[in-house]
Write a protein that binds this ligand. Structure first.
Ligand code: A2P
Length: 329
């Protein structure tokens, strides 16, 4: 029985969304603890009409806690998730640290809810672009096995957390005021720009973000599907978008795909080209579902299908998926 819940990284973009979602969904808890670094200790937030004060993330903070929702970065999870588990908590971890650990299930409730049962204290929440992609792939894979995925992502500043969004706003302000542009969080100026580089480069010249899409998709879908990604940071504030080219064992018609997406869990079909109707990040901030449009046959592959999706990376891509895992627990 979950009574005492802690949010680790409560002051961050995902932490704040966790607070909102726990309240909106009336998550059954008795006590909520907000944890962050010493920078934020004592800061106050409202939850269900009560004022909660931020406490320091330290080993003693996890005493009596049943569930930790963590989003304070990989190094903080590495240090504190095992301590929380030893103290008797289940940790739903938003960072990349435990995702590929064979002893840690990696879960998207619409796709592999049965894996939750295999946990030994830690359940990992996948990478945001991977979560949104596999939610859309699930009903298509049920029609015919997906063999190959090519994907290009268009990832907003929110993927770099609260400080990422603040830096994008600051850059636009500085441009308007004719001041030098501050570049700290991203490798280059993001305002009026696209940066084809998210997370660090790996030995094969793909970035870690791109390799997360390859590896995590296979683990979540229990599939040998291959996924080749190009991940791009764009100057949208919130919501990630993805252009996908998939190859299935048997061809899937556009009509079949539309029907499957329409009926799929956690999905909304928005595919109305005649009326300029397709998902866009500006319209979908704060929404729970993944929106899919632009579904069409791949002109370069008989067994191929192309489509476009958009989802709120802070909600389904992170906080909402974590709370949905906790609800299933
Ligand atoms: P703080 O606000 O005290 O720095 P985001 O991804 O939006 O930048 O949020 C990161 C979250 O992780 C924040 O809540 C931040 O708290 C927290 N955090 C960062 N470093 C640490 C740390 N060393 N110990 C505990 N919490 C941390």
């Amino acid at each position: 029985m979950i009574r005492n819940v802690a949010i680790m990284g409560a002051t961050g973009a995902v932490g704040q969304e966790l607070l909102t979602i726990l309240e909106q969904r009336n998550f059954p808890l008795q006590n909520l603890k907000l944890l962050a670094s010493e920078r934020s200790v004592g800061r106050e937030y409202k939850f269900k009409g009560e004022t909660l004060k931020v406490e320091l993330t330290c080993p003693e903070a996890f005493k009596g806690v049943d569930l930790v929702l963590s989003s304070a970065g990989a190094s903080v999870s590495k240090e504190f998730a095992p301590i929380a588990v030893d103290a008797g908590a289940v940790v739903v971890d938003n960072t990349s640290f435990f995702r590929m650990d064979p002893n840690v299930p990696l879960v998207v409730p619409e796709v592999n809810p049965e894996d939750i049962k295999l946990h030994k204290g830690i359940i990992a929440n996948p990478n945001c672009t991977t979560i949104m992609m596999v939610v859309a792939l699930k009903p298509l894979n049920d029609i015919s096995k997906i063999k190959r995925i090519h994907v290009a992502t268009y990832q907003s500043a929110s993927g770099a957390g609260a400080t990422g969004m603040a830096e994008l706003k600051q850059q636009y302000q500085e441009i308007v005021e004719g001041k030098p542009v501050t570049v700290k969080k991203f490798a280059h100026q993001l305002a009026y720009n696209l940066i084809p580089h998210i997370d660090v480069f790996t030995d094969n010249d793909y970035t870690k973000e791109e390799m997360k899409m390859y590896n995590e998709t296979r683990k979540i879908m229990h599939s040998d599907v291959s996924c080749s990604a190009t991940c791009v940071r764009v100057s949208a504030l919130r919501c990630h978008s993805e252009a996908l080219w998939i190859e299935t064992e048997k061809p899937i018609s556009v009509e079949e795909a539309r029907a499957a997406i329409k009926a799929g869990e956690g999905l909304q079909l928005f595919d109305d080209p005649a009326n300029n109707g397709y998902p866009m990040p500006l319209d979908l901030m704060g929404k729970d579902d993944v929106y899919v449009g632009r579904i069409r046959k791949d002109l370069a592959n008989e067994n191929g299908l192309n489509f476009w999706l958009v989802g709120d990376q802070i909600r389904k891509g992170a906080a909402l998926n974590a709370v949905q895992i906790a609800e299933r627990l």
